[in-house]
Design a protein around this ligand. Structure first.
Ligand SMILES: [Zn+2]
Length: 363
């Protein structure tokens, strides 16, 4: 399993090419880091397609299992979809959150949980063993997968019926086969389902973590090279740039590094290897269509397939004659000896929209 995911393979370049043609090149450029810029960009690039998908979602529902290595930006894409299609068009659930909620509140709400479990739980473990195993996963060797599914079902039962995006399922190898009949389990029997997978060079994740800065007051996240705050000053004593929160309420609070961020992706590797392994298993499943989103594109292919403003920029700062000079250049990441540009989230999302419309024949 060791070599999995260290290479960013694009086995099928035609998928990557969906970024540009058939999406037309734009004559104007857009600031894809702003809501306004994105709105105009999506309208020009895929306005009709987005209208049709929105209409489709009014009358149809489907289930999407999101699979990606940790920190690949799933929540960013989900957020963009909300922005684009509206909050009301889909439900989003994260299985990790549901399990944590259960672990936190089971003691207080045991009766509520137990009565639901008695009705709906079916599995290989005795119910009380499964509950114990899920409450104490660090000491238990049992895998209470069916109980997790019951918890997910409980959550879904409380939501209005619409398209469902699931994050964090399947989470382990034994859960992959459950995804084949998950929709029956939650009474979405006739809903089509689809895997959504995000591919990216792991060095993208590594650098995102290494340069991350957080505001201790409001928790807003920045990056010194990818998303610097507007407020920056030069500290002559330490010969370094100091970044401050741009949230007016925070009064220029100095941004800090989170403990361990220096190490980048390394501490996450066991988890990320597991995620990539699950993606490989999902790739092999017949009968469930897959949507593949590629975060990056080889530098040599970029000219034909993307426009400059769709590429993530890297910022650098220089202190000269009492002034701070800010520069940008395309962010180049290396992976397996090749150079890649990392795309901004909006063009990556276009790949999702295009493939979704193909799978469900939204025309
Ligand atoms: Zn702040």
């Amino acid at each position: 399993m060791d070599d999995i995911g260290f290479k960013y393979h694009i086995e099928n370049l035609s998928l990557v090419s969906t970024i540009a043609p058939p999406f037309k090149r734009t004559s104007e450029t857009y600031d894809l880091n702003t809501v306004k810029g994105r709105r105009e960009y999506f309208k020009v690039k895929a306005g009709k397609l987005i209208d049709k998908i929105s209409q489709f979602l009014e009358n149809h529902t489907f289930i999407a299992y999101w699979l990606a290595p940790k920190n690949a930006g799933k929540s960013t894409y989900i957020g963009l979809l909300r922005e684009l299609l509206g909050q009301h068009t889909f439900n989003y659930i994260a299985v990790g959150d549901i399990v944590r909620e259960f672990q936190k509140e089971y003691k207080q709400k045991a009766q509520e949980y137990d009565s639901y479990f008695l009705k709906h739980y079916r599995g290989y473990l005795k119910l009380n063993e499964a509950v114990e195993a899920l409450l104490h996963p660090d000491v238990s060797k049992l895998k209470p997968t069916e109980l997790i599914l019951t918890l997910v079902k409980k959550k879904i039962d409380t939501l209005p019926r619409k398209t469902l995006f699931i994050d964090g399922f399947p989470r382990t190898e034994d859960q992959v086969s459950y995804s084949l009949y998950f929709r029956e389990l939650i009474n979405y029997r006739n809903d089509p389902d689809v895997f959504v997978m995000i591919y990216l060079p792991l060095s993208v994740i590594d650098e995102r973590i290494k340069y991350r800065r957080v505001c201790p007051k409001c928790g807003k996240s920045f990056s010194t090279v990818l998303l610097p705050s507007e407020h920056v000053k030069y500290d002559a004593a330490g010969d370094e740039f100091v970044f401050m929160c741009d949230n007016p309420a925070c009064n220029k609070e100095v941004l800090i590094k989170k403990q361990g961020d220096d190490k980048g992706i390394e501490p996450l590797m066991p988890r990320i290897k597991k995620d990539l392994y699950l993606m490989q298993l999902a790739e092999k499943l017949y009968g469930v269509p897959k949507i593949k989103m590629y975060n990056a594109i080889e530098v040599k292919d970029a000219d034909n397939l993307v426009q400059d403003y769709e590429i993530t920029e890297r910022y650098s700062f220089e202190y000269k004659n009492g002034k701070i000079i800010k520069r940008t250049s395309p962010w180049v990441v290396k992976d397996n000896g090749k150079n890649y540009y990392s795309l901004l989230a909006a063009p990556v999302l276009l790949q999702f929209l295009r493939q979704l419309s193909e799978i469900f024949e939204i025309t």
